[in-house]
Design a protein around this ligand. Structure first.
Ligand code: NAD
Length: 319
C-alpha cells in the first residue's frame, strides 16, 4: 500500500503525515507538493527520512501520473490547495487553478491509474454562513468568497466522479483548524506571534464573527477514520464543537501569554465576511471518532509550540 498525500508540506497535510506515520508505522507515504509560499519542508523535517517527497503541481497531469506510477501509489488524500481567504479576495486566479483544475487533474489521474480510494479535503466554508443551528452534510452549498467557491467546485466535482464513474471518492469538510506548523497569516498563529512580540493584534470588524475551531490532530484523526471507515461517495463533516467569536479567541491568547488587552486593534472588516460557521459532525462520530482535546488544552499546546519553535516561524515572517 502506498499513500500519496498532496499538499503535505502545508499545515494540515504535514500534521497528517506525522499522525499517520505514528498510527500506522509501516505505511509508505509519498508527499507531493508544489511548495508554494505556504509549503515548507521544515514542516516535515523530523519525518523526512520516513517519507518520500516529490515537488510537483496537482494541475500537472503528466507529473502527477509519473509520481503515481514510479511510487506505486494506490490511495490518495488531496490536501493541496490555495487556502487563504484574503488572498483569494485580492486575486482568485491561483485558487481556481489549484482548487478546481487541480482537483479535476487528481480525479482524472485516479481514474487512469485505478486508484483504490481518493479522499478530497474540503471545508465547512462551502456551506457559507448560518445564523441558527448547524450545517449537515445535506445542507445547501452557498460559499461567500472566491476561496470557498473554488473549494466548493472541487468538492462537487469529486462527488460527481463517484456518481458518474463510481470513482472511489470520499470528502471531508472540517471546521477551522489550529495547531503546530500553521502558516502565520492565519488568525491563531498570527495573533500568537504578534502578541509574543508586543505588536498590535488586528481584529476584523467587531470581532464577533463566530468560527468552530478544531485542533489539527483531532481533524487528522477524523480524516483517518473517514478514510478507513467512511462510505464511498459520501461527505463527512469534521467539527471541533468549539464555536467562538474571534475576539474571544484573541483574548484567550493574550491571557495565556500574559499580555494586555490594549494590544487589540479593530480593523476594517473583510468583504463578504461570513458571520457564523457551525457544523453537525454526528455522521463522522457514528464512525467512532470524536475530538480528543478541549479548546483550552489545545490552545495551550499550540501556544507552547510557537513559543518553543522560533526556528520554525522566524524565517516565515517576511514571506
Ligand atoms: P496550507 O496553505 O497550509 O497548505 C497548502 C499546501 O498545498 C502547501 O504545502 C502548498 O505548497 C500546497 N499546494 C498549493 N497548491 C498546490 C498545487 N497546485 N499543487 C501541489 N501542491 C500545492 O493549507 P492547510 O491549512 O494545511 O489546508 C489544507 C487543506 O485543508 C486545504 O485543502 C484546505 O482547503 C483544507 N481546509 C483547511 C482548513 C484550515 O482551517 N486550515 C479548514 C478546512 C479545510
Amino acid at each position: 500500500m502506498s499513500l500519496m498525500v498532496t499538499g503535505a508540506a502545508g499545515f494540515i497535510g504535514a500534521n497528517f503525515a506525522h499522525f499517520i506515520l505514528n498510527k500506522h508505522p509501516g505505511i509508505d507515504v509519498l508527499v507531493y507538493d508544489k511548495l508554494t509560499y505556504a509549503g515548507n519542508l521544515d514542516n516535515l523535517k523530523d519525518i523526512r527520512g520516513r517519507i518520500k517527497f516529490v515537488k510537483g503541481d496537482i494541475c500537472d497531469a503528466e507529473a502527477v501520473g509519473k509520481a503515481i506510477k514510479e511510487h506505486g501509489v494506490d490511495e490518495i488524500i488531496n490536501f493541496a490547495a490555495e487556502t487563504h481567504v484574503d488572498r483569494s479576495i485580492d486575486s482568485a486566479s491561483d485558487f481556481l487553478e489549484s482548487n478546481v483544475k487541480g482537483v479535476y487533474t487528481m480525479l482524472e489521474a485516479a481514474r487512469k491509474y485505478d486508484i483504490k480510494k481518493l479522499l478530497q479535503i474540503s471545508t465547512d466554508e462551502v456551506y457559507g454562513s448560518i445564523q441558527d443551528g448547524s450545517f449537515y452534510e445535506t445542507s445547501n452549498i452557498n460559499p461567500s468568497n472566491p476561496y470557498s467557491a473554488a473549494k466548493a467546485a472541487g468538492d462537487l466535482l469529486a462527488r460527481s466522479y463517484y456518481n458518474t464513474y463510481r470513482l472511489p471518492v470520499l470528502i471531508t469538510r472540517s471546521s477551522n483548524n489550529f495547531g503546530p506548523y500553521q502558516f502565520p497569516e492565519k488568525l491563531i498563529p498570527l495573533m500568537i506571534l504578534k502578541a509574543m512580540r508586543n505588536e498590535p493584534l488586528p481584529v476584523y470588524g467587531t470581532g464577533m464573527n463566530v468560527r468552530d475551531w478544531i485542533y489539527v490532530e483531532d481533524n487528522c484523526a477524523g480524516i483517518d477514520t473517514v478514510f478507513h471507515k467512511g462510505r464511498l461517495g459520501e461527505v463527512y463533516n469534521i467539527g471541533g464543537g468549539n464555536e467562538k467569536p474571534n475576539l474571544e479567541v484573541v483574548r484567550l491568547i493574550l491571557k495565556q501569554l500574559g499580555k494586555p488587552g490594549s494590544l487589540i486593534t479593530f480593523v476594517k472588516d473583510r468583504p463578504g465576511h461570513d458571520l457564523r460557521y457551525s457544523l453537525n459532525s454526528d455522521k463522522t462520530k457514528a464512525l467512532g471518532w470524536k475530538p480528543a482535546y478541549t479548546f483550552e488544552d489545545a490552545m495551550k499546546k499550540t501556544i507552547d509550540w510557537y513559543v518553543n519553535n522560533e526556528w520554525w516561524w522566524r524565517p516565515l515572517l517576511n514571506k
